[in-house]
Design a protein around this ligand. Structure first.
Ligand code: C5P
Length: 220
């Protein structure tokens, strides 16, 4: 099986670029952030603080997660319920970042992610795919962009969905999530030693896709 790992901070364009590449190459695109988001959502729904290191692990035995792929992309099922839309709110983004620093949560998701990559050729995006989940991936890319540019893209996305948000709030959230993700003790966001770093600041979507495609073709 071939695995392409794409890691990087939120809003660097990982998911849209990875989805497009997977479509071109006939690989399955796996968005691992959706799994952390689903656990974050479950914690919120059960009145548990997402950073609670005792209560969150206690919820895990009640959780079954499944990814299914349809024409319109990946769907995530939380205990049989399709939560793909519900997990895309700013509150759930922050909750996902909270639960993701808990070792039991990462261990719970590790096997699931590795099992998916063992069955099919994947382009998997996340924060620790190249470093922890698939250290043997044939291609590892660390995709990044300036925080302002990432916040601007996220803001446009939320506006397009009709969400009422302020740019300053989105930027503050991006900075806070970056800090959480890069400073946590377990599986912090950082490039794998053998990853190729690609900075998409100032690129349009097509430029980023073709830049990544060249990196992949060079490695495979
Ligand atoms: O990629 P996305 O923004 O959907 O991820 C939501 C959160 O899940 C991230 O802020 C990060 O804290 C966490 N995450 C992670 N490891 C991954 C994917 C996501 O810690 N592989």
């Amino acid at each position: 099986m071939i695995a392409i790992a794409i890691d990087g901070p939120s809003g660097a364009g990982k998911s849209s670029i990875a989805r497009s590449l997977a479509g071109q190459m006939g690989y399955v695109y796996i968005d691992t952030g959706a799994l952390y988001r689903a656990i974050g959502l479950y914690a919120l729904e059960h009145g548990v603080e997402p950073t609670d290191r005792e209560k969150v692990p206690a919820l895990l035995p009640q959780i079954t997660l499944e990814l299914r792929h349809r024409q319109d992309g990946q769907h995530v099922y939380l205990n049989g319920r399709d939560v793909s839309e519900e997990i895309r709110t700013p509150a759930v983004s922050m909750a996902a970042s909270g639960v993701s620093a808990i070792p039991e949560v990462r261990a719970f998701l590790l096997e699931l992610q590795q099992g998916i990559a063992a069955k099919q050729n994947v382009i998997m995006d996340g924060r620790d795919i190249g470093t922890v989940v698939l250290p043997g991936a044939q291609v590892k890319i660390f995709l990044t962009a300036s925080s302002e540019e990432r916040a601007r893209r996220r803001y446009q996305e939320l506006l397009a969905k009709g969400k009422d948000v302020a740019y300053e709030q989105v930027l503050a959230d991006v900075i806070e999530r970056d800090r959480n993700d890069s400073t946590r003790a377990i599986a912090p966001l950082r490039p794998a030693p053998d990853a190729v770093t690609v900075d998409t600041t100032g690129n349009d979507f097509e430029q980023s896709v073709s830049q990544l495609r060249s990196v992949i073709e060079e490695k495979l």
